[in-house]
Write a protein that binds this ligand. Structure first.
Ligand code: 13P
Ligand code: SF4
Length: 354
């Protein structure tokens, strides 16, 4: 939908007043009306690096979700303030692993006698507490762009990986990219005693997957893939690795949002694509590439936007920018020092991956 011209003008004016003091980051899943004001756009990996590379900006306005703003705060200097235009923009996947649950899981692994062999690898889509746990126990963070490199690194440090919180990214990377079998993976369910696993099952596993998932990507199904292949003969199916294993196994290409964009940029005119990722991005790509004769459709019309990503809309962005321009620091995301120190360790291990 076209943005309200009055709000567009107000956002522009507030941004101009702030000048170099503000830097606006926009995740690929953000609305068009917000993306138009982003100084950079990217996936969570690129944005984490971009935030750290802007020491002169006093305010980092993060158009994305809470865990991304936390990561930006961890990676930026103490005098830089990270602002999330709507504090209700969380992530249901990140919420599926709490600090208490993960501490309890570590106790279970200790009881089974395997904790010293386990290296935690946590997806960027997790709270700062989970990142700190990861850093404290010798692990690293990963994103969908570097999950294989993170797992390669982790298996050089230990024999087993505890992968948090997205079971699908963990399983897909292990099976698709690392040659493991489905039997090498077990799922730890935080809502069951001992994660629903016996000590023998834990000892036999290579990948201990946390039972979390993305409420958007988890909704694509094998039927979505089969239906689109029937509807559009010759279609290339391209999905994000947060999709379920059977969806990824049936797809032609799998990768992070940056990978999806690069693949479509390189695609020949006349090619047809069905994309399994967030709808704001798919629509933007469909519009962008239509003039080049590339046909791009959404993998399953019954799946909708990420509702928390969509909470950042133009009215919230205008409010945040105008507040900052008037000297009111609103919606600051600030991770406490101890959490930050350990979380930073884990994030820096990721940034140092080959
Ligand atoms: P990437 O930005 O790493 O592709 O992750 C997708 C996602 O779900 C972010 O919330
Ligand atoms: Fe979280 Fe999924 Fe939304 Fe990304 S798309 S913010 S993983 S719920």
């Amino acid at each position: 939908s076209p943005s309200d011209p009055d709000l567009v003008e107000r956002a522009r004016a507030a941004k101009e007043k702030l000048g170099d003091k503000v830097f606006v980051l926009g995740h690929h899943y953000q609305r068009d009306e917000v993306i138009q004001f982003a100084d950079v756009t990217g996936d969570s990996f690129k944005l984490a690096r971009d935030a750290a590379a802007r020491p002169q900006a006093e305010y980092i306005v993060f158009c994305g979700v809470h865990f991304m703003a936390e990561s930006a705060d961890i990676l930026t200097g103490d005098d830089q303030k990270v602002v999330l235009p709507d504090l209700a923009a969380g992530c249901s996947m990140a919420d599926m692993a709490t600090a208490e649950q993960v501490a309890e899981c570590w106790d279970v692994l200790t009881e089974a006698g395997i904790a010293d062999q386990v290296v935690p690898v946590s997806y960027m889509n997790s709270s700062a507490d989970i990142k700190a746990f990861t850093g404290k126990h010798g692990g690293t963070i990963c994103t969908s762009s570097n999950a294989k490199r993170a797992l390669d690194w982790a298996f050089e440090q230990g024999e087993k990986v505890l992968f948090l919180p997205d079971q699908h990214l963990g399983r897909n990377t292990a099976v698709r990219d690392m040659g493991m079998s489905l039997e090498d993976c077990v799922v730890y369910n935080p809502h069951k005693p001992n994660g629903g696993l016996t000590a023998d099952e834990l000892r036999a596993a290579k990948m201990i997957l946390w039972r979390g998932h993305c409420s958007v990507h988890g909704r694509f199904s094998l039927d979505s893939v089969n239906d689109v292949r029937e509807r559009i003969p010759g279609v290339n199916v391209l999905v994000h690795p947060e999709c379920r294993h059977e969806v990824v196994a049936a797809a032609d290409h799998v990768g992070s949002t940056e990978y999806i964009i690069r693949t479509l940029e390189a695609a020949p005119a006349g090619s047809k694509w069905a994309i399994g990722t967030e709808l704001n991005l798919v629509r933007r790509l469909a519009n962008r590439f239509a003039s080049e004769g590339k046909e791009i459709v959404f993998l399953d019309k019954t799946v909708c936007f990420c509702s928390t990503m969509n909470r950042i809309d133009l009215p919230h962005l205008v409010w945040a920018l105008e507040s900052l321009a008037e000297g009111n620091l609103v919606n600051r995301i600030e991770v406490d020092r101890e959490t930050e120190a350990f979380a930073k360790l884990a994030l820096e291990r990721m940034l140092a991956l080959p």
